[in-house]
Design a protein. Sequence first.
Length: 323
Amino acid sequence: MRFLLALVCSVLALPLTSPACAQARADLSWHFSEGQELVYRSRVQTTERATGDEPYTSDWSHEIHHTDRVLSVDDRGNARIERTYDRVIVRVRHSQLGDAEYDSAQPPRPGDTTAEHPLIRPFARLAGRTISFTVSPEGEVGEIRGLREAMQGVSSGLDTNDLLKGGLPSFNAITADAFEEQLRQSMRVLPGKSVRRGESWQVTVEQPMPIVGTVRSDSTYRFERLARHRGLPVARISVRSSMTLDPSRIARELADLLKIEIRDSSGSGTILVDTSLGAIRDWQQRQTTTFAVEARGLLDGRTLRREVRTDQQAQMELISGDR
């Protein structure tokens, strides 16, 4: 009887709270089928407020539409996926670097250099590009092809003054390493197994940042319950996250000239996994981080002391896709 009731709860995907349904399980693995296409839209809104020396404010957002095409799947469920960045939209409001808007769907006007804005250039380089990667049912991403080629040269022309004036958090979030780690992290959120309600798992991502060191992101995911989203069965997962910074060897050697630390970091969010499709339907997360920066003699020979508070809200949603 208990088995029958649990089975009914799983099939109906209702957020029931009876003792028997509390043990409901969900298969939280990626399931790919050859020829499958999944179209996603992601939006990220980032606000930075810097106080102290050379204060600045920054409000910028980017929206990316991409299509994942499953090229092949082996007998173990490992898939090779081709991802095309169909459209990129970026809006920047920055007190030091100026305002700009870019939409890859709009043809550029003669002499328009918007695509070369430091906070737009990496996304503009992705527009229309196709990359490929392999991924297991557990979300482990293997070889990534084409991403670094697309991002080549995005930091050219930026000197130390640009980085300090424009905000290290912003620039370090749009490097090739950052994009690659974001791709890997987006696939690792599922544990790749059957999980019971209330069960948690941890994921740690280490992202190298030029000069600064390695940012370590620790996230805890918890399967909360089965539910429905727009009439479809989903597993609801909660997310808690934090970040720490491990200075690089260069950063330690330059400690007398440049010191950067994360003083505070916290994040939370929700992921909805389509249990019939084996893919993410909706992912919303918010992360707030406070950086402290001290640079001596690097900004036109002057000393700079600054605290930067970054508030980021992100959403990724499945627009279309089936088996």
